[in-house]
Structures are given as C-alpha cells and as structure tokens.
Design a protein around this ligand. Sequence first.
Ligand SMILES: CC(C)(COP(=O)(O)OP(=O)(O)OC[C@H]1O[C@@H](n2cnc3c(N)ncnc32)[C@H](O)[C@@H]1OP(=O)(O)O)[C@@H](O)C(=O)NCCC(=O)NCCS
Length: 393
Amino acid sequence: MAGVTEIRVLTDEAQFRAHTSVFRRAMHWGPPTDEQWQVVLPSYEPDRVLAAFDGDEMIGTTQSYGSSLVVPGGALVPHAAISRVGVRADYTRRGVLTALMREQLSTLPDPVATLRASEGRIYGRFGYGLAGRWRTVEVDANRAVIAGEMTGRVRMIDQDTADKLLPELHEAVGRTRPGQIGRWAGWWARARDRKSEAENSVTVVHSGPDGDDDGFLTYKASGYEDFKHRMSIEDFEWANDDAWRDLWIYASRLDLVDKIEIDVALDEPVSWLFEDPRVVRTKDVFDEIWLRLVDVPRMLQARTYGSADPVVIELRDRLLPANDGRYRVSPGGVERVEEQADITMPVDLLGAVYFGDTTFSQLAATKRIAGTRLSDADALFAVPQKPYCGTFF
Ligand SMILES: CC(C)(COP(=O)(O)OP(=O)(O)OC[C@H]1O[C@@H](n2cnc3c(N)ncnc32)[C@H](O)[C@@H]1OP(=O)(O)O)[C@@H](O)C(=O)NCCC(=O)NCCS
C-alpha cells in the first residue's frame, strides 16, 4: 500500500488529541480547542484507539467505545461502538481505511460492532450491513390532542440531578429494544456539554403510580416567533407503555409550542396517540444502525428465532474468514454444519437481516442474495419490534 507504513494502537493523551484533529480535519472541521478537548478526552478508552501512520505522520483514524447491545430476544452482548473514522484528504483511496478496518475488526474484543455512516457506500465492503433505520416525525402541536389523562407523574429536574440520574435510568430502561446500546462515560460527558451549551435544554422524568422512575425526556424549544416554538426531543426512553404515553401527553400539551420534532423507531405507533393521526408527519427515514457481526457463531447464538423449518445459510466473510461456513438456523438455535446450503450470502447482508429491519425475501428480490426457502428464513428472523438505537455517537 503506497505510503502507509503502519497501523498503531495509541496510548497517550497527546496522540489522542492528534487523532481527534486528524479525524476532524477529514470531516472538514478544525482541531479541538483546549476547552473542547477536555470534553472529548474521556471518550478515549485504552486499547481501543487506532491510527495509520506514514512514517511519523498520522494519516488515518478509527476507535471504538466499549458498550453493550440488545439483540432480538432481549439478550445483552458486549458491543463496540465504532467512531472517529477518517483519512487525511491527501491520502484517501490508497487503502488506508481498508488497513484500519482490517486491524480493528481482527483485534476487537467484542463479538459485534455498530457505527453511524457519513456515506452509504463506505462500510458494506468491510462487512457492515444497514440493520436499522429511524423515522423523523413532526407533530403539529396545535392540533395534537391525546384523549385522557396521565396515569403517572412527570417532574422537571435540574441539570445536576439529570447528570446523576440519567445514566442510571438509561441502564434500567434504555436497553430493552433490539438495537439499543449501553452508553459509555465519554458519551455522557459529550451529552452534558451539549446540554450546558444549549441553555434551554430541559429534562423531565416520569414515575408510575408506585413512585418508581420509569422514563425520561430531554428536549429544547427554539425558533421563537409569534410566541411559537419548535420543540426538539433529543432523548426519550421509557420502560412501559404508560411512561411512553404520559411523556407524550406532557410534550403535546406544552404551552407556546407549535411543532414537535423527534426521531422514532419505524414502528413506533406515535400517530395512534392522537385523535387526529394526521398531526404526525414523517419528514424523513434515514439509516441509523450499521451492524458488523464480528463473531458470527456467537452472534447467531445470542438472538432468538421464530418458528419455521430450519434453514442452512452459507456465509462469506472476506475480512474475517473464521466466520466462513454453513450455519443451520432453527427455532432452537444455531449450529455449524456441512450440509448443503439453502441461502448464500455475505456477512454485511446477514447484518442487514439480523435485527429484522429487512428480510431475506427482500434481499433476494433485489438480487443481493441467492437461495431457496426464503420464507422460512424470513419467519426465523422475524421480530416483533423494529430495531432502534436512539443513542447517537
Ligand atoms: C471514508 C474514508 C475514511 C475512506 O478512506 P480511504 O482510505 O479513502 O478508503 P480506502 O482507500 O481504504 O477505500 C477502500 C475502498 O472503498 C472505496 N471507498 C472509500 N470511501 C468511499 C466513499 N466515500 N464513497 C465510495 N467509495 C468509497 C474506495 O474507492 C475503495 O474501493 P476499491 O477497493 O474498489 O478501490 C475517507 O474518504 C474519509 O476520511 N472521508 C471523510 C470522512 C468520513 O466520511 N469519515 C467516515 C465517518 S463515518
């Protein structure tokens, strides 16, 4: 590979800061100020930071945050959240990212990785599949009527209380839907900073009739004009339907708010809350979760399956050939077999069907995979809930 000498694991703060600067430059942003750096530093975790070097010059970056991920069926698996992927503009298209990805994937301690992609064509070749999407909706608050009253209570908390309570609440209620992830210390540090910059960020917490906290909402209102504000809901988690509905009642009845904007799961039944379902308008559907099955046998075992006759999937993984092979998937679990395959597919597309956001039949219709017994495979991988993460990184 022309120019690239080495991929190294970074270990000290000066290197971490250079790493952030190289990444930010690739995104067309300037280096961090001293103040910004203090916020970014906690997101650097030992042994999880890689850089490509040409001699002594850092030319490419990637890193991961140690996290956890909910898979279909509810199990929580160790998870790497991949971030700060960038290559210096004068070194692109020479294989630098390929070298970084190869090293990162072959050394990750976790069986699965996810990321958010700046462009849709970058990560498929490295085995990441588009596994989950979100829907951006806008609610016309003036016409948004939810019949009935709250079953619990919503209380506003100050920033210091939120800083302490939200990480605990996220652990308790924010890792139930497939696709949701554990948040790391650096994530909370960035979130606190963003909230302190936006002086009108507000957090409310919901508690049920028993008094236990079981949901929260963080939002800000902006764009004041003629006593009308646009409310952006930035963080919204709940443990049960009552908490979800009560927090929506709170949001929809706020004074001086004209529009509410929020990203939700594709199947969140938000329109059904309102007497007039047309108050909810979908503005956009966008990709959220790019999923890389790193340890395929372990990840196939980690999730549950629907009922159907077993299907044998032959998998190809260019970067991690230990995953190559045939897997017999049945309602009771998964085993490696030698028998003839029903479906052949690359690892990125197994990632795409893993959470049930897309199906084997849909991929076959587009000629992305080939095989038979597609409806059995669809039934095995079918999920009651669409994936959604809700944690941006
Ligand atoms: C995206 C980026 C990291 C790619 O780095 P790179 O070192 O140029 O990638 P590589 O040379 O290893 O490319 C490997 C392959 O992917 C292709 N590829 C890489 N980036 C691509 C892109 N943005 N669009 C389409 N194809 C791309 C290359 O053409 C190459 O294909 P080939 O193997 O058929 O020749 C780099 O362009 C970059 O830093 N972009 C700006 C920052 C950014 O978007 N980062 C990602 C944040 S999620």
